[in-house]
Design a protein. Structure first.
Length: 394
């Protein structure tokens, strides 16, 4: 590492404003559709590679080693950083997957516009019959010369309403076992045959959608990875998604990196809620799990191919997010019945944390099998052709 803490601070001070102690941000985009603050932040930091320090300099990073990445992230917390939610699929999942599985041309085409915030990505994995059992997905991609035709439906596609590109896992061979017949594509969301229908969530957001693909055409040069190797690409994406979910990047105010008292804790103290021993105990447990989430996520994201640590980070983060927003409600007395206080939208967002990016149960299955070495679940359809084993059909 050659750059010093002061040099980082001075460079950031030239382009960002200091963070105010009372600053509140949205978390996971909850309650906000304003894309501009995060786009402006990415556009201003991309030249120095500050938002994505571990990425190659050529693509909007600065080739920083893990020590430098940690230092930059720590100094960044002194500055006002908006919720990057709308951009996080590109920044935290598609970009890292392209660095591992993309061709040189794909990396040059897509990584700089992800880093600068010029293009938003969405992740088109889940389908009505394929959530936890993602490899059961049915959306079909058929080869037609130098192009592919995509036919089928995705659901719960976050950011699809804003996205220029969709990372789409599709079935290219139904006659092999389910994991082996999948291929990954980048779909131009503006192309004919792509229809996005927003769904309204219980927190009022319309941030995820159904996406219908009806004869949408995708050139073979937008295939990411080999034909039939889509599962491998998907696993890279999901491992990064879980690791990213454990961090406070992209919003929130967990104060993981240590130097500041997190805003939610300060807020409880300001309302004198921490004079209650039970509240204090709950708050400290949440704070500890939040720190564990951040450290685990940092460890996981050092790797280009994070392993099950991302699942550990996500389980901790879900606990701390839900714990924080439920404690906030519990500590407010009668005011908590009103929908108008800060934190109400986050309260309504809490349950989704146990589902998005893979449910708590699935993360625990991963930890049980891959970290603790417990016996694996029975997987009766693993070795038979998907077309014969297909679930959801009678
Ligand atoms: C806010 C939000 C945003 C999302 N964004 C996206 C997105 O951008 N792109 C995308 O592709 N998807 C997205 N999803 C979808 C998400 O990944 C799925 O909802 C999730 O994987 C669960 O799948 P499912 O809803 O089909 O539930 P199911 O898989 O049907 O699960 C139902 C219940 O059964 C349990 N269960 C299932 N299998 C097992 C098992 N083997 N062992 C133990 N328990 C099990 C689950 O834990 C759950 O409690 C999003 C979801 C939410 C809530």
């Amino acid at each position: 590492m050659v750059i010093t803490e002061d040099e980082i601070r001075n460079s950031l001070a030239a382009i960002l404003t200091p963070r105010r102690a009372d600053e509140r941000m949205t978390t996971m985009g909850a309650g906000s559709d304003d894309l501009e603050p995060a786009r402006a932040y990415l556009a201003s930091t991309v030249g120095g590679g500050w938002a994505l320090p571990s990425w190659p300099t050529a693509f909007g990073g600065r080739d920083a080693d893990p020590e430098e990445v940690a230092l930059i992230n720590r100094v960044l917390r002194e500055f006002s950083v908006p919720d990057l939610y709308a951009y996080m699929i590109g920044l935290g999942m598609c970009g890292p997957a392209l660095l591992v599985h993309g061709t040189d041309e794909q990396q040059q085409r897509w990584l700089p516009t992800i880093a600068s915030g010029a293009e938003i990505w969405c992740q088109m994995f889940s389908e009505p019959e394929a959530g936890s059992d993602l490899a059961n997905l049915a959306l079909r991609a058929s080869r037609d010369g130098d192009e592919w035709t995509l036919e089928g439906q995705k659901v719960w596609t976050s950011r699809a309403v804003w996205a220029r590109w969709g990372l789409c896992l599709a079935r290219t061979d139904p006659d092999v076992p389910k994991h082996a017949g999948l291929t990954m594509f980048a779909v131009n969301m503006y192309s004919p045959g792509v229809e996005v229908r927003p769904l309204v969530q219980m927190n009022g957001d319309g941030h995820f959608s159904e996406v219908f693909l009806t004869g949408a055409r995708v050139p073979d040069e937008w295939r990411i990875g080999d034909i039939g190797a889509g599962w491998k690409v998907a696993m890279t994406v999901l491992a990064h998604e879980r690791a990213a979910a454990g961090t406070n990047r992209g919003g929130g105010d967990g104060g993981i990196k240590g130097v500041r008292t997190p805003g939610w804790l300060r807020d409880l103290a300001d309302r004198d809620a921490l004079s209650n021993a039970v509240t204090r105990q709950r708050a400290m447990k949440i704070h500890a799990r939040d720190a564990a989430a951040g450290w685990t996520a940092d460890r996981a994201s050092v790797s280009r191919q994070p392993g099950p640590a991302g699942s550990g980070a996500k389980v901790h983060k879900t606990f701390s997010f839900q714990g924080r927003v439920y404690l906030d409600k519990d500590s407010r007395g009668a005011e908590a019945m009103l929908a108008s206080h800060d934190g109400h939208v986050e309260f309504l967002t809490g349950p989704s944390m146990s589902i998005r990016g893979g449910t708590d149960e699935i993360q625990r299955n991963i930890l049980g099998e891959r970290v603790l070495g417990l016996p694996s679940e029975p997987r009766v359809d693993r070795d038979i052709p998907w077309s014969k084993a297909r679930k959801g059909e009678h």
